[in-house]
Design a protein around this ligand. Sequence first.
Ligand SMILES: C[S@@+](CC[C@H](N)C(=O)[O-])C[C@H]1O[C@@H](n2cnc3c(N)ncnc32)[C@H](O)[C@@H]1O
Length: 283
Amino acid sequence: MAISANILNGDSKEQLKLLPDNCVDLIVTSPPYADQRKNTYGGISHDKYVEWFLPISEQLLRVLKPTGTFILNIKEKVVDGERSTYVIELILEMRKQGWLWTEEFIWHKKNSYPGKWPNRFRDAWERLLQFNKNKSFSMYQDEVMVPIGDWANSRLKNLSETDKTRDNSRVGSGFGKNISNWLNRTKAYPTNVLHLATECSNKNHSAAFPEELPEWFIKLFTKENDVVLDPFMGSGTTVFVANRMNRNAIGIDIVPEYCEMVRNKLQPRLLEEKGNYEAGKPE
Ligand SMILES: C[S@@+](CC[C@H](N)C(=O)[O-])C[C@H]1O[C@@H](n2cnc3c(N)ncnc32)[C@H](O)[C@@H]1O
């Protein structure tokens, strides 16, 4: 089956209306943060952010399949000495809209350089909020397993008797662990902290995220031929990575130059008529 990429230029609030219901498997995106980057593509004031985002998340809820996942990369900035609360407010409003807030991942920016501020330290992490329509969503955990690492050598060398049986939680939660289950394993499941370097150069965009970021979530939440959407596409990182991984991609951006740049970089075989995407034609 041919893999497609569709690049739509315009405000996501309107462009998303061109997509049919329940056609997307994964949304991975990084919208503009409040008040930031005003000079490049327009910022949204922090007290208007939720109001601005909700009509877009309403459309995202409509286009996402019931088994799909929405990963939202967002971080509140400091305003007048305090962290803004718009991300927290947004989560609460999105839950009212019908979203489930199922998980929060942390992107640790491992190449952050040190700095000096009077009352805080270098901000070296960002949130990746996971939202779903249902508690039962597609997830392919084995695709993101990591080498078990050195801890296993020392921890598994001298197993105690309790290590060899199920060690039930002392707080009576019903959860337990059997450490010996890890013997002879070379891979383990990762944590919800992603240690990735930031990436800004060579992309002609001031806020591009690293390719590993969409790649990790695409592996975890989709399979080949699925549809991945980025409604704030920027330099097209999500679109390119999705196509490379044999997933269909839909990218939307309000800035015509970004759309043109992404279209020009896409392999010609992936380009289809605007609006003629894998999941169906606009109404
Ligand atoms: C943080 S950047 C995304 C960067 C992207 N993840 C990348 O790797 O290049 C946010 C993008 O959202 C776009 N944007 C802002 N408001 C928009 C809107 N209402 N509809 C669609 N795109 C919008 C901006 O032009 C900008 O390119």
